[in-house]
Ligand binder design. Structure first.
Ligand SMILES: Cc1cc2nc3c(=O)[nH]c(=O)nc-3n(C[C@H](O)[C@H](O)[C@H](O)COP(=O)(O)OP(=O)(O)OC[C@H]3O[C@@H](n4cnc5c(N)ncnc54)[C@H](O)[C@@H]3O)c2cc1C
Length: 141
């Protein structure tokens, strides 16, 4: 594994400022399930890792008064899968979170990391409609 520096900003603004500095060649680190493997395999070689876990209160799972669901980037997949209200009112969201990996992965893996993960293999996405079915490489997205 290549050597890298480690930053632990304590606010979203501080993390964003570091990550916006292109010269820093920095990557955000959440649960680390995907990213640590990519570092070991030298798939990514950043100069700096920005640990988001030091930012307080970014793991929220809450509903607004109008019923809108809000998920913090550091909310774990387990927190989403096991939330009673999500299970009752948005069962597809709970089901999606429950479908990821194993309990160990869901306990550590975050919503932000899941959404931002790099596809491990070149993949194709397909969609169907009444006019037919199309499939494209995800690299086109
Ligand atoms: C055995 C195994 C099985 C798996 N099964 C599934 C599966 O069934 N379905 C599935 O979807 N995934 C699966 N995964 C992928 C993955 O582990 C999870 O999706 C998990 O949610 C990743 O979250 P993390 O917090 O560990 O992310 P990390 O590993 O910390 O980060 C992943 C990527 O996202 C970036 N990132 C993290 N947080 C942010 C943020 N807030 N803003 C911007 N970028 C960010 C990182 O820089 C990195 O590039 C699996 C992984 C393993 C090892």
């Amino acid at each position: 594994m290549r050597r890298f520096a480690f930053a632990e900003p304590s606010s979203v603004k501080a993390a964003s400022d570091i990550l916006a500095d292109r010269k820093a060649r920095a990557l955000p680190l959440a649960g680390g399930i995907d990213l640590l493997g990519e570092l070991k395999d030298r798939i990514v070689e950043p100069d700096l890792l920005v640990n988001l876990k030091a930012i307080p209160d970014l793991d929220f799972v809450r509903f607004d008064s109008d019923g809108t669901l809000r998920l913090g980037a550091l909310a774990t997949l387990t927190a989403v899968a096991e939330n009673d209200r999500i299970g009752k009112e948005l069962p597809a969201v709970a089901q999606a979170a429950r479908s990821v990996g194993s309990p160990e992965i869901r306990n550590v893996g975050t919503v932000g990391g899941n959404l931002c993960q790099r596809p491990p293999l070149p993949a194709r996405a397909a969609c169907s409609s009444s006019s037919g079915r199309r499939s494209r490489s995800t690299s086109h997205w």
